[in-house]
Design a protein around this ligand. Structure first.
Ligand code: ADE
Length: 432
């Protein structure tokens, strides 16, 4: 650990105060402690930060990042800054911002941060616009807001871009739409699809943290309850596996026949959501789609059902229909739990239907984000190194980066693995 900016090392980190829009700068000491705690669980990113500090591969580059403003993100920002970049940060979700971390980034690290927990859509749009007005050369997105907005605006903000990276499935769906329309103007590295990201992020990150959010918000006992997972992609698989491990009976709902088959072969009950609606105690949407739980489902749910969304956008649970089917307004019965009376049954909406792991807990644990953000840092370096070489379009993360991150994470975990013998290497080559 370099100690740069940690609570015990105020010195060089106390830079001049940048432009910012954060809730309360006085929260900085608590944010600094959180950043340090996360840093201790991010050994791969820390090694990259140390190398960046020595080599300064991002010297003079301006980077705009629209990410969840968490302690883990703060450590990515520190690594980019150590590499010589000037970084500005806004929040990818109004409920995920850790206000104390935002304050610490401004005060201790001199970072332009525009993020306030609970901010409205207008404020969010202002923050994105302010970051783009700084004409960044590189963007880091979690949901593609910076790149989609830059493309809609065109002009200077777009002209200066040399590339971007994307952290989520949803962001890549939006960017692929731009690409198919022939409009994507810069290279984008698809961090979300890297092998190391696949191995950890959704299954272990969402798997654990979505349940963490549900439990923190509601204090529900998972054992003995029926949990319905809607969507059996990587994240859904993680949620289902963790819920089963905690003693829940798990039902999976899917529209993709092969994923549904996988779920069945993994031992879960599989059925349409309308049938599961009558059976579930806890519902978790993880589809990346919209209105997967709607009026017809609410009408069948049991008294006391919990409704949570673990997808990126708050469109998976149809909130308008929930309100339309309810008698009277929702009642806040606990922080982040709104209760609706639907035909005499109490339905409990968690975290306003927003991504529950970030809104009601702390998102993926730092040990998971270590891999995601190590990939992000190396991909940004790659975009700079290969400027002018990579054409516009969505590119996979180079295998060398994936392997380096995988190797570093294994080493940090103290795990050693075999090398193929020369005979095995020849044998494999002979089949290629
Ligand atoms: N996405 C999911 N979990 C996260 C975290 N802890 N920090 C930043 N982005 C995230």
């Amino acid at each position: 650990m370099t100690g740069r900016g940690s609570p015990g090392a105020p010195v060089e980190a106390r830079r001049s105060r940048p432009a910012h829009a954060v809730a309360d700068l006085a929260l900085a000491p608590s944010g600094a402690a959180r950043i340090e705690w996360a840093d201790a669980q991010m050994p791969v990113l820390r090694q990259i930060r140390d190398r960046f500090d020595r080599v300064r591969p991002l010297d003079g580059f301006r980077i705009a990042a629209c990410l969840h403003v968490t302690a883990e993100t703060a450590n990515l920002v520190r690594a980019l800054q150590a590499g010589g970049a000037e970084v500005a940060l806004c929040s990818a979700n109004p409920l995920s911002t850790q206000d104390d971390v935002a304050a610490a980034l401004v005060i201790d690290h001199g970072i332009e941060v525009r993020a306030v927990r609970g901010e409205g859509l207008d404020q969010f749009a202002e923050h994105v616009a302010a970051l783009l007005a700084g004409t960044p050369q590189l963007t880091i997105d979690d949901g593609a807001d910076l790149l989609v907005t830059a493309h809609a605006a065109g002009g200077e903000a777009l002209a200066r871009l040399i590339g971007g990276t994307e952290e989520t499935t949803t962001g890549l769906v939006r960017l692929r739409r731009l690409q198919h329309a022939g409009e994507l103007a810069c290279p984008v590295l698809a961090v979300n699809e890297a092998r190391t990201e696949r191995a950890l992020n959704d299954r272990h990150g969402t798997g654990q943290s979505a349940l963490d959010g549900i439990v923190r918000a509601s204090n529900v006992l998972l054992a003995g309850h029926t949990l319905v997972v809607i969507g059996y992609g990587w994240a859904g698989q993680g949620v289902a596996e963790r819920a089963r491990g905690a003693g829940a009976a798990v039902i999976v709902c899917e529209i993709d026949p092969l994923r549904a088959l996988e779920a069945r072969m993994a031992g879960y009950e599989v059925m349409p959501a309308l049938v599961a609606a009558e059976r579930g105690d806890i519902f978790v949407t993880v589809t990346g789609s919209r209105r997967v739980l709607r009026g017809e489902h609410f009408e069948k749910m049991k008294d006391g059902a919990l409704l949570a969304n673990a997808g990126h956008f708050d469109v998976e649970i149809d909130l308008d229909e929930l309100r339309a089917h309810a008698t009277g307004p929702g009642r806040e019965v606990r922080p982040l739990v709104e209760q609706y009376d639907v035909s005499g049954r109490r339905l409990n909406l968690l975290a306003h239907g927003r991504v529950v792991n970030l809104a009601a807990a702390e998102g993926h644990p730092a040990a998971v984000m270590d891999v995601s953000f190590a990939l992000q840092a190396l991909c940004v370096e790659e975009l700079v190194r290969r400027h002018g070489e990579l054409g516009p379009g969505i590119h996979p993360v180079p295998a060398a980066i994936d392997e380096e991150v995988g190797r570093l994470k294994l080493a940090a975990l103290g795990v050693r693995i075999d090398e193929p013998t020369p005979e095995q290497a020849d044998y494999r080559e002979s089949w290629l």
